[in-house]
Design a protein around this ligand. Structure first.
Ligand code: GDP
Ligand code: ADP
Length: 183
């Protein structure tokens, strides 16, 4: 499994971050690539740990220099995976997890056809809303925008070889771990 890229996608609030945190605790050989974004840090988020927080000018410069393996706009902000984040981890013998939205996952399917692509699905759209509200990190306007994007993302789930339903957290983590260990 060494050197495998795992793409984990699915709508905002479905539980990607929560599932990945538990997966990484169970499988220390896996590492999460730290993405770049132009959105502002939330309270408690640190530069270089949760994201590389870049302004638009810097993000553009790095796009032009070919520093991203994929990048996309999401809810008015830009997000991307830096090539350096992947290369250094793979050179160290790790497998790498990318937590990205659907447009980025499609780009990876084109450029890295061996990447294992996994879609995390919610029990319902209403559950997504409740999870986003319950998480308390986004205002109502941001939550509505994310739910709007989620409709298109949910419609794309059949593009993915693996779909994990995140209803009961322990079951979903178990399913995700089975897929990753089996890759
Ligand atoms: N394409 C792409 N999407 C990303 C990247 N990093 C994060 N995202 C996605 O961008 C969306 C918004 O992320 P964020 O603002 O952190 O909100 P959250 O995922 O709801 O906590 C989510 O769907 C993330 O999975 C990246 O490097 N590339
Ligand atoms: N299976 C689950 N059951 C109930 N709540 C969940 C479950 N998975 C995640 N959550 C909660 O839903 C919210 C969104 O999860 P998060 O991991 O931040 O989603 P994402 O990274 O996909 O945006 C968090 O408050 C998290 O604790």
């Amino acid at each position: 499994m060494s050197g495998t890229v795992f793409v984990i996608t699915g709508p905002s609030g479905v539980g990607k971050g929560t599932l990945i945190r538990t997966l990484l605790e169970r499988m220390p050989e896996l590492e999460l690539a730290v993405s770049a974004t132009t959105r502002s840090p939330r309270p408690g988020e640190e530069h270089g740990v949760h994201y590389h927080f870049l302004d638009d000018v810097e993000f553009d410069r790095r796009v032009i220099e070919g520093d991203f393996v994929e990048h996309a706009e999401y809810s008015g902000r830009r997000y991307g995976t830096l090539r350096s984040e992947l290369e250094k981890r793979i050179a160290e013998g790790h497998s790498v997890v990318l937590e990205i939205e659907v447009q980025g996952a499609r780009q990876i399917a084109q450029t890295m056809p061996d990447a294992v692509r996994i879609f995390i699905a919610p029990p319902s759209e209403e559950t997504l809303r409740l999870r986003l509200v319950g998480r308390g990190t986004d205002d109502m306007d941001q939550i509505e925008r994310r739910l709007e994007v989620a409709k298109a993302e949910l419609a794309a789930q059949d593009e993915f070889a693996h779909i994990v339903h995140n209803d009961r957290l322990d079951e979903a983590v178990g399913e995700l771990e089975r897929i990753v260990r089996g890759a």
